[in-house]
Design a protein around this ligand. Structure first.
Ligand code: SF4
Length: 505
């Protein structure tokens, strides 16, 4: 199969860089229905620009390209061992080309394999079928939304929704709860794949596989079609909005399947996917490996630009910050302000935060901007180039952030999805601010990075290292200020109250 390798690399590249038409359509509808001028609308504007930049420049839509998951169907007689080898080699090559972030980390040593390949990564499922062609479907689902997957065992009691029994009404409550608990941390607006029944492990798999359905299809099972429609309506009335900023669009898809269960078990498994819903597929000629057809794409329909305007609409009221930032500058900021960062910042995520709890920082963090980001970076000659650099989910750093602000004088933390009460307390006590960048907007933010000035702690792997960056016009929104205000806490409370109203309705 002389074309197999290039076909698989092309599938990975296209999946990582170009959203399928049904997702583009859903995101276009979301952009059109959001109220102009709101924070949600501003976020969607950046998202639209990012989608265009990714497809035009063939860069990853989001820096977190997830754990590549392949669903493969082969005719009887195709050598699946060879096909597995070819997929693994294609994944390694696509990583080398900067289309995938090295995301495969040894769970015992913390060492990144560097090429996304290990014994269990990428994930590949094979099935045989009667057709005379190979089908390879791929989904790239990042860690932020993966962490918001949730499984319920009915009967149970849910926040704001009360008791959920072993029936479709109980299932409805679980799905609504799953969407509510994700807030902005899974980069809303998102989509959910749901499995009713099965066992714990297979239920999660079937839930994830619902994400291989197009967002605009209709469930062939009437009661599930009805449930999907109800969830779409109700979830979009909750007011979570893009990035959890509060707004009209929280969900772009709900896909539900049911599978037989044990009499003793009744699981509802929910796979939450973000707006960067990357899923594509190809059919391959089994003798040559050449692509004969793309799945999810309409060859008659050209890819339309998403953005109505360029990036983030500025009003002139934005506040410019340049490190080193003073306490006075930070105290002047309040929730809702838009800031533009010029100059220097450091990245730091899970490994850096854990390291700083026991070791002094390798750089002076006084007055600094700390960006929760695990970028895609390539070394070209002696220089590092940032290929994708959106924010990661900040709540993972909640156990550390307050101490790091206190001990090292960080003045601004950038991330997405917000942080908790301990960090909010530290912002107030020590004079710092939390800035929400737009999750998934990896190309948009990468073009605002002028230069990699240095890198520390590279032994943690590329995404986890501490990158010293020089940026220009880096836009973010104050969502937690130094006066005890948190947009995230406010939206969670308001949407929780709306969830409770759905329980009574
Ligand atoms: S868009 Fe957000 S949730 Fe999705 S992969 Fe990117 S960072 Fe993760």
């Amino acid at each position: 199969m002389q074309f197999l390798q290039e076909s698989l690399i092309e599938l990975i590249t296209q999946t990582s860089t170009n959203l399928p038409p049904d997702v583009r359509q859903a995101m276009g509808d979301a952009i059109r229905s959001e109220t102009p001028g709101t924070q949600s609308s501003q976020a969607l504007s950046i998202i639209a620009t990012n989608i265009d930049m990714a497809s035009e420049g063939e860069g990853p839509i989001c820096q977190d390209t997830g754990m590549p998951t392949f669903d493969v169907h082969t005719p009887v007689g195709v050598n699946q061992i060879e096909l597995r080898k070819a997929i693994r080699a294609a994944v390694a090559e696509a990583t080398k080309r900067g289309k995938l972030r090295p995301n495969s980390v040894d769970s015992l040593t913390g060492k990144n394999s560097g090429d996304n390949v290990s014994e269990e990564t990428p994930i590949i499922h094979f099935e045989q079928w009667e057709k005379d062609e190979i089908e390879v479907k791929l989904i790239l689902k990042g860690g932020g939304c993966e962490n918001k997957n949730i499984q319920y065992s009915l009967p149970c009691t849910l926040d704001h929704l009360g008791s959920a029994g072993r029936n479709l009404e109980g299932v409805r409550k679980c799905i609504l709860h799953a969407i509510w608990q994700a807030q902005g941390q899974g980069c809303a607006p998102g989509a959910v794949g749901v499995c009713i029944g099965s066992d714990r492990a297979h239920g999660y798999l079937l839930a994830k596989y619902q994400l291989f359905r197009t967002l605009d299809d209709t469930n062939p099972v009437p009661e599930l079609a009805k449930l999907e429609n109800e969830i779409m309506q109700e979830a979009n009335g909750l007011g979570i909005g893009a990035m959890g900023f509060g707004g009209k669009v929280s969900l772009i898809g709900c896909k539900v399947t049911a599978a037989n269960r044990l009499p003793a078990s009744f699981f509802v498994s929910v796979a939450y996917d973000c707006w960067a819903f990357r899923r594509l597929g190809v059919r391959l000629d089994p003798s040559t490996g050449a692509i004969t057809k793309w799945l999810y794409r309409d060859p008659e329909r050209a890819v339309q630009r998403m953005a109505q305007s360029e990036g983030f609409p500025l009003t002139g009221r934005e506040v410019v910050l340049r490190a080193p930032i003073t306490e006075e500058q930070v105290r002047a900021l309040k929730v809702g302000d838009v800031v533009i960062i010029q100059g220097e910042m450091y990245t730091g995520r899970d490994a850096v935060h854990a390291h700083l709890m026991k070791n002094p920082p390798p750089v002076d963090l006084n007055g600094s901007v700390l960006y929760h980001c695990g970028p895609v970076v390539l070394k070209q000659g002696e220089a590092w180039t940032i290929k994708a650099a959106g924010p990661t989910t900040s709540i993972r750093e909640e156990p550390y952030q307050a101490d790091i602000i206190k001990n090292y004088g960080v003045r601004a933390v950038i991330g997405k999805g917000g942080m908790g009460a301990k960090t909010l307390g530290a912002l107030k006590q020590h004079g710092a601010v939390y800035l929400n960048a737009i999750g998934g907007a990896a190309q948009y933010y990468a073009q605002l990075i002028d230069k990699v000035l240095d890198v520390n702690l590279l032994e943690f792997g590329i995404p986890e290292a501490m990158w010293h960056l020089k940026v220009h016009d880096f836009v973010a929104i104050v969502t937690m200020d130094s006066h005890g205000n948190s947009l995230h806490a406010a939206v969670e409370k308001e949407t929780g109250e709306r969830l409770a109203e759905l329980q009574k309705a």
